[in-house]
Write a protein that binds this ligand. Structure first.
Ligand SMILES: C[S@@+](CC[C@H](N)C(=O)[O-])C[C@H]1O[C@@H](n2cnc3c(N)ncnc32)[C@H](O)[C@@H]1O
Length: 155
C-alpha cells in the first residue's frame, strides 16, 4: 500500500515533529508513507486565499492521478475510526492501493475543490489547527491499520 498526505506548511515545533515522526515510523510498518508539503498563500482576503490555495492543490494533484483522494474537511460526513479503516481497506487490491489524504489550508477549501469527486470526510465536529491535525490524522491512519489487521492497540 502507498499512502501520502498532501498538506500546507511544515511542522515547526519539536513536540509536533516528535509526535508525527512516531506515528510515521509506525505507519511505515504497514505501508509506504510520504508527506508532501505545499506553501500556503495567506496574504489575500479569506475567499481569495481559499481559491488560490485550492488551485495549487488541484494543480499538484495532476501528478497523482492514480491515487484515490480522501479530502479531510471539517464540515463533511464525520467518520469513526472503524469507518476510516474501512475506507483504507475498501480497495480490492489492498496491497497495491494508493491513497492520498488531503489536509486543507487555514481558510479551508474552495467550492471548486469541494465539488470534485473526492471522498470527503471529517474526523469530528471540531476544527483543529493544521499541525495538530496532521498528527491526529497520522494516528488515525496507524489506528486503521491496527483495526484492519486485527492487532492489539491500546483503547
Ligand atoms: C485550520 S483547518 C481549516 C479550517 C477552515 N475554517 C475550514 O472550515 O476548513 C485546516 C485543515 O485541517 C483539517 N481539519 C481540521 N480539523 C478537522 C476535522 N475535525 N476534520 C477534518 N479535517 C479537519 C482540514 O483539512 C482543514 O482544511
Amino acid at each position: 500500500m502507498d499512502i501520502k498526505i498532501l498538506c500546507f506548511g511544515s511542522l515547526d515545533k519539536d513536540f509536533f515533529i516528535k509526535s508525527f515522526n512516531e506515528y510515521q515510523s509506525r505507519i511505515k510498518n504497514y505501508s509506504k508513507f510520504e508527506v508532501i508539503e505545499l506553501k500556503e498563500e495567506f496574504n489575500k482576503e479569506e475567499e481569495n486565499n481559499k481559491i488560490i490555495n485550492s488551485k495549487a492543490i488541484l494543480e499538484k494533484l495532476k501528478s497523482y492521478s492514480e491515487y484515490e483522494i480522501i479530502c479531510l474537511n471539517v464540515n463533511s460526513k464525520i467518520v469513526s475510526s472503524e469507518e476510516l479503516a474501512n475506507i483504507i481497506n475498501n480497495n480490492k487490491n489492498f496491497k497495491r492501493a494508493k491513497l492520498l489524504f488531503l489536509i486543507g489550508p487555514s481558510d479551508g477549501f474552495s467550492k471548486e475543490l469541494l465539488e470534485q469527486k473526492f471522498t470527503k470526510i471529517s474526523l469530528g465536529n471540531i476544527t483543529l489547527p493544521y499541525q495538530l491535525f496532521r498528527i491526529i490524522l497520522a494516528e488515525q491512519i496507524y489506528r486503521s491499520f491496527k483495526i484492519i489487521k486485527n492487532e492489539k492497540y491500546h483503547k
